[in-house]
Design a protein around this ligand. Structure first.
Ligand code: SF4
Length: 179
């Protein structure tokens, strides 16, 4: 049987969700017998190919992330939202109480640890911030949701196994993790 083609992207997020994927540990060896990861932070892919399964980790917080999410939707038969940031917006939404200009000021000039005497805020070289950080399904249709911060490695593996068996899984409550 041909291997399933997989792409994963890491948008507005920390490394936790992809680290949880690696926590599948030695069972990764079995999974890799059945899937080809063609594009991901953990492999050296240059552009998102057409794949069977796409995984988005992270919320949408800027225009580049919206572009990547749309590209993933176009190129992935099944799209998985992976982690609380992708599913709900997650910790990124803490900035939603401030306008984007204030967020940039906080990030580049106002924090106690920042040394920026010229108060320079990068402008056109950075993708423009969206007014708020949002879950991915505010922009693209998502087929499978894996909440959790991060989702448990067992849950991630179970979702892959279900998809490889030809099912589009709905993660049961007892497999969700919010710690
Ligand atoms: S859901 Fe949690 S672990 Fe995953 S990217 Fe967001 S903050 Fe990190």
């Amino acid at each position: 049987m041909a291997k399933a083609k997989v792409a994963t992207v890491w948008l507005e997020a920390c490394a936790g969700c992809h680290m949880s994927f690696l926590d599948i540990d030695e069972r990764l060896a079995d999974l890799i017998e059945k899937v080809d990861i063609l594009y991901s932070p953990v492999v050296d892919g240059k552009e998102i190919p057409q794949v069977d399964v796409g995984v988005i980790d992270g919320a949408l917080g800027n225009e580049e992330e919206v572009h990547l999410a749309k590209e993933m939707r176009e190129r992935c038969k099944i799209l998985v939202g992976w982690g609380d940031c992708a599913v709900f917006g997650g910790i990124n939404c803490m900035r939603n109480f401030l306008p984007p200009e204030k967020v940039l000021e906080e990030a580049y000039t106002d924090t106690k640890s920042t040394v920026n005497p010229g108060k320079i805020i990068p402008g056109e070289d950075l993708p423009a911030l969206l007014p708020k950080a949002i879950p991915i399904d505010h922009v693209v249709k998502c087929d499978v949701y894996i909440p959790g911060c991060p989702p448990d490695a067992d849950t991630i593996l179970w979702v892959f196994q279900e998809i490889l068996e030809g099912r589009v899984p709905k993660v049961p409550a007892n497999m969700m993790r919010y710690d």
